[in-house]
Unconditional design. Structure first.
Length: 159
């Protein structure tokens, strides 16, 4: 299908003006004009959306676990900023899981990959040697996501 404004096909529009392509495709979907849809690129974009959600979950876990490691291994430097980062990352992770319940099953699978990134983050932010940190994630998913768990703390935190 050619666009009235430019005479471009949907596939060409996808390459030259992504926003216009999205608008065109949504209009075609609303109008149930199935034969004019750019199916190969629509499929690619829908799959990419799913991958982005998984990547978002991995990134949130990496940041969260890095701050838990900092909390545990640099107890003397604990701050409200670290506490807030831990709290916000937990809230954002729970929100992401609430909006995408099927990602819950993916948590255990991504934990090792997230932890690899975590180590790089923790080393970069603490300047501690690599050997300081366990090679495998020292926390369970339940601990990581619990708003009551702070490594090295005997009781709940009330900052």
């Amino acid at each position: 299908m050619q666009t009235p404004q430019t005479g471009e096909t949907a596939a060409n529009l996808y390459e030259t003006d992504f926003y216009a392509w999205t608008q065109q495709q949504s209009q075609l979907l609303r109008g149930q004009e199935w034969k004019h849809l750019d199916l190969p690129n629509l499929i690619e974009e829908i799959e990419a959306l799913g991958r982005k959600e998984r990547q978002e979950l991995r990134n949130r876990l990496s940041i969260l676990i890095a701050h838990l490691l900092k909390w545990e291994f640099q107890a003397a430097k604990r701050s409200r900023s670290w506490l807030n980062t831990i709290r916000i990352q937990r809230l954002d992770t729970w929100e992401l899981l609430e909006e995408n319940p099927s990602l819950q099953a993916y948590l255990q699978e991504i934990l090792p990959k997230a932890y690899m990134k975590t180590i790089a983050l923790a080393i970069g932010e603490t300047n501690l040697p690599t050997k300081t940190f366990p090679s495998d994630c020292p926390y369970t998913l339940e601990q990581i996501l619990s708003d009551r768990y702070y490594p090295g703390e005997a009781t709940n935190i009330e900052y």
